[in-house]
Design a protein around this ligand. Structure first.
Ligand code: MN
Length: 599
């Protein structure tokens, strides 16, 4: 009767938390037959990051993935994570886009919608929950768990009651950072169960190593559902291992009834799959109790580490972690989950890398402080708010009420490239990247990012994949094959060779990196007060000035995008624009002269 139900997150959150969301559909489908036989209450298969990674890196159509999974998993509920009014994107959408998105997701195979808002501003869930009910699907109202002076048990119970009143079929406690402790979980679940008559799901990351214990206490307190991950993608910033939790509950009144042997076979499969993605593994996905201080959720941890690595600033990750709670407090203690995790994380990175707190404020932090994401849980820092928002008006209503319907405009904007409403929604979610995906699909040039060959001790094992040539040095002949080309690190590229059958790794560095005074891109190294530069590597989204323009100090001259966040770059001094060395779409690195201003 009181059996505990299991939702396995292997196809979404597990790889999002451990390998930067890179698992490909081709590695999911072969095991679906077995996954479908387990008897999971649901499988979580879709969400913002999986959608994003499909379009951005894997060059897969995320809708096609969903349809394939639907076909391959006929007996299991498919579940997705939806960011309320943000859907799977990073901004608020008009209600008609939310309605269209939910309808299409349901039509393509989603049964259970876990709907949340990063600020727990429930006004941002209303439209989505209504749309889920309209589609006849399961609407799961979600509480983002966090700790702060304002996040009390009573507040969470009140939220659960409001979610029920809104039409939610169940309540999820979403502990993305692994902040729950076993006894706090017990009390919270007890309180929610006695205040609301709905099934409760516990989604807790093992970041602090406590989630498995939390789930047991939750079950004792009356929670009927737990989220777990197949062991080969479990623990650390991911979730408690499915097999372990099944074993823990076996023979008790909560027995899940799942077959451990079958689960073991599935774990063996994914253990092999994981090796293929070794380049996305990060040491920051291991268990670490310090999360109880810095509150960084699993997905954010591995992405932050990857992003800093790309910028050659991985060594400063501890400083960034230390800065995060300070930024969070200034912003009124938002729970850290997309998009607030990116908003807080990117601002913390900027504060650390630029050496001065809020020297640069991202557009998203400005919008947030303006009320553009909803009500922050607590008062924000008034001084910072004034600095960021200036004289512009604050928003007190539901942010989406300021938006007019946009499906028609989006459909027109993407035009012929969209073959379906699903395509329009892909474009709606990711604009430039969505368009690029559809263009490449049209041109037949979609190509997934390259995976590094499987390694052993950092060396290539695969041989003779690409080019093979013989070289003659001092009368000796070598057989050389290029076996793989890796990513860039500090501007150098890893290349894997096989020399006479033995694996070697070399690093290539572009020659112009040695040309005095210029960077690898050929731009000058910033040295004068009028040199406009950026603290973070990123892309140029917009150039706001032209040569000859007069600018004032602090005037926005560029908009860059880094870590999915846009930042305004301001003129360091007043004067005349002497030269503009960037154009929209350019990739830039810190320290380069992007614009020259003559004071
Ligand atoms: Mn999660």
């Amino acid at each position: 009767m009181s059996k505990v139900n299991v939702t396995d997150v292997i196809l979404r959150d597990a790889h999002q938390s451990l390998i930067a969301t890179r698992m490909r559909t081709e590695d999911m489908l072969p095991i679906c037959d077995k996954l479908d036989k387990v008897g999971f209450w649901s499988l979580e298969v879709w969400g913002g990051a999986t959608f994003d990674a499909c379009v951005r890196f894997l060059k897969e159509d995320p809708w096609e993935r969903l349809r394939e999974l639907r076909k391959a998993l006929p007996n299991t509920r498919l579940q997705m994570l939806l960011r309320g009014q943000n859907l799977l994107g990073y901004r608020h959408y008009a209600d008609d886009v939310v309605e269209a998105f939910v309808a299409k997701a349901a039509e393509n195979g989603i049964d259970v919608f876990r709907v949340f808002d990063a600020l727990n501003d429930l006004r941002n869930l209303e439209t989505a929950i209504k749309a889920v009910k309209k589609a006849g699907k399961h609407a799961q109202g979600t509480i983002c768990y966090t700790t702060s002076p304002v996040h009390t048990e009573a507040l969470f119970v009140k939220q659960a009651q409001e979610l029920k009143a809104m039409g939610a079929d169940s309540i999820a406690i979403k502990d993305m950072a692994g902040l729950l402790t076993p006894y706090a979980t017990y009390d919270l679940v007890k309180a929610i169960k006695s205040g609301v008559d709905l099934p409760v799901f516990i989604h807790s990351h093992s970041t602090a190593g406590l989630a498995a214990q939390c789930q047991l206490k939750a079950v004792e307190a009356g929670a009927e559902h737990i989220d777990t991950a197949i062991s080969s993608f479990a623990s650390g910033t991911s979730h408690p291992a499915t097999e372990s939790q099944v074993a823990a509950l076996r023979g008790t009144q909560w027995d899940t009834g799942l077959d451990l042997e079958l689960l073991g076979e599935i774990a063996d499969y994914f253990r092999e799959v994981r090796k293929k993605y070794h380049q996305f593994e990060s040491e920051f996905t291991r268990e670490d109790v310090s999360v109880q201080i810095n509150q960084v959720p699993g997905g954010m941890m591995s992405n932050l580490a990857n992003q800093l690595k790309e910028q050659n600033a991985l060594g400063r990750i501890r400083e960034v972690f230390a800065e995060i709670p300070a930024v969070r407090k200034d912003l009124g203690y938002p729970p850290l989950v997309t998009p607030t995790s990116q908003i807080v994380g990117t601002q913390a990175v900027l504060n650390v890398l630029s050496g001065e707190r809020y020297k640069t404020i991202t557009n998203e932090v400005k919008r947030y402080l303006q009320g553009g994401y909803g009500h922050p849980p607590a008062e924000v820092d008034a001084q910072l708010q004034t600095k960021a928002v200036g004289k512009e008006e604050l928003i007190d209503g539901r942010p989406a009420d300021l938006l007019s319907p946009e499906m028609a405009r989006l459909t027109k904007e993407i035009g012929e490239l969209a073959k379906s409403d699903e395509d329009v929604l892909t474009f709606a979610m990711f604009q430039d990247i969505g368009r690029q995906f559809l263009e490449q699909r049209e041109a037949g040039t979609l190509e997934p990012e390259q995976l590094l060959p499987a390694t052993q001790g950092g060396r290539a094992m695969d041989e003779g994949v690409a080019t093979e040539f013989k070289i003659d040095v001092h009368g000796e002949t070598y057989q050389v094959a290029i076996t793989g080309v890796g990513g860039k690190e500090s501007g150098k590229r890893h290349v894997y060779l096989s020399i006479d059958g033995l694996p070697e790794e070399v690093m290539f560095e572009p020659l112009n990196a040695y040309v005095g005074g210029t960077t690898a891109s050929g731009r000058l190294q910033a040295s004068a007060p009028g040199h406009v530069t950026t603290g973070m590597p990123g892309n140029i989204v917009d150039v706001l000035v032209a040569a000859g323009d007069e600018v004032t100090a602090g005037q926005a001259v560029l908009i860059t995008e880094a870590m999915k966040m846009e930042t305004e770059i301001q003129a360091p001094i007043a004067g005349k624009v002497k030269g503009v060395h960037v154009a929209k779409g350019d990739r830039v690195t810190p320290g380069e002269v992007l614009i020259e201003i003559e004071g």
